[in-house]
Design a protein. Structure first.
Length: 316
């Protein structure tokens, strides 16, 4: 069995060689640190400049996302240059090639994150809605608080926050309730079949026009939409401001005003009614309308029950 030659001198020689290499690299490390700090400061300046430019164009969210991406891009470039200064054997081409291979693996690992980031950038560029808009997306409705690279944050009307991934918003339909200044509301109202259509429609328009928050231009209007079983249906339409608070409060005031106006004018607002009559088909009075009046009056000349007709025929 061979003996292992434990020579402490070899260890010290190796440590000495490492220290010599470190001292030789100190100037390169110092220059690399200076280069990295310089690029980092440039990245901060460019990011802030892009933010200010976007705010002047009234695109603060785009400025925040664009400034962050630009800052990280310039910082990564500075880091790559610093690495090539410390290790001259590494060229920018080698780093870019390695970054390209690793980016494929990163892309597969963080596919959802990158997808949401790209969708967020496209949303900010195309700007289908802005911060402060009231939207409906994926069954959630509220006011847009912030648009980030990964998700869009909305505040619901009952005071909760919903975080919706940007990919879902970008690929699905979104209703922007405040895209325009005004918004139309409508409600179907049934009136009695024997009531005057024109009078009822005038009362509805007059009542809706008198409600605060209902716009005069375009003015409220009514459209007959159905001849129902128990009522004639008239659709009342009116316009308000597009925000949710104005729309929902005015909606309730219009319904109350229209109900009061129709009720005071004696216009019937019927509701469906049904009458169910039950009787025993085996009773002796079955079929005798003089004794069993199933919702209709006896006239005196009602037909006789079949059983009585047979008995009279047999006796005669």
């Amino acid at each position: 069995m061979e003996e292992v030659d434990a020579n402490p001198g070899l260890i010290f020689d190796k440590l000495d060689a490492w220290l010599d290499g470190l001292f030789r690299l100190l100037p390169n490390i110092a220059v690399a640190i200076v280069v990295f700090v310089l690029f980092y400061l440039i990245a901060l300046g460019l990011g802030g400049l892009l933010r200010r430019f976007a705010r002047k164009r009234d695109r603060p969210s785009l400025g925040d996302v664009g400034g962050s991406l630009l800052r990280w891009t310039v910082t990564i470039i500075g880091l790559m240059l610093a690495v090539t200064i410390v290790a001259p054997s590494l060229t920018p081409g080698d780093l870019i090639a390695g970054l390209g291979v690793s980016s494929v693996a990163i892309g597969f690992a963080f596919k959802d994150i990158l997808q949401n980031m790209l969708a967020g950038i496209l949303i900010l560029l195309r700007q289908p809605f802005e911060v402060g808009d009231q939207i409906v997306s994926g069954g959630h409705e509220g006011t847009v608080e912030r648009i980030e690279t990964r998700a869009t944050l909305i505040k619901t009307y009952d005071g909760r926050r919903v975080v919706i991934p940007n990919a879902e918003i970008y690929t699905a339909s979104v209703i922007v309730n405040t895209a325009f200044e005004t918004r139309r509301s409508e409600y179907d109202i049934g009136i009695g079949c024997n009531d005057d259509w024109n009078e009822a429609r005038k009362l509805m328009v007059s009542a809706a026009s008198g409600v605060e928050g209902v716009l005069d231009d375009p003015m409220p209007e009514t459209i007959p939409v159905e001849l129902g079983d128990s009522a004639n249906v008239v659709r009342l339409r009116w316009w308000t401001k597009s925000d949710r608070a104005s729309q929902i409060h005015t909606f309730g005031e219009v319904l109350q005003a229209v109900y009061i106006a129709l009720d005071e004018a004696g216009i019937d607002m019927p509701y469906p009614t049904q009458v169910h009559l039950f009787h025993d088909q085996t009773e002796e009075t079955d079929g005798d309308r003089a004794k069993q009046r199933e919702g209709w009056p006896a006239t005196g000349d009602d037909p006789k029950p079949r059983e009585r007709v047979r008995m009279e025929a047999s006796e005669g």
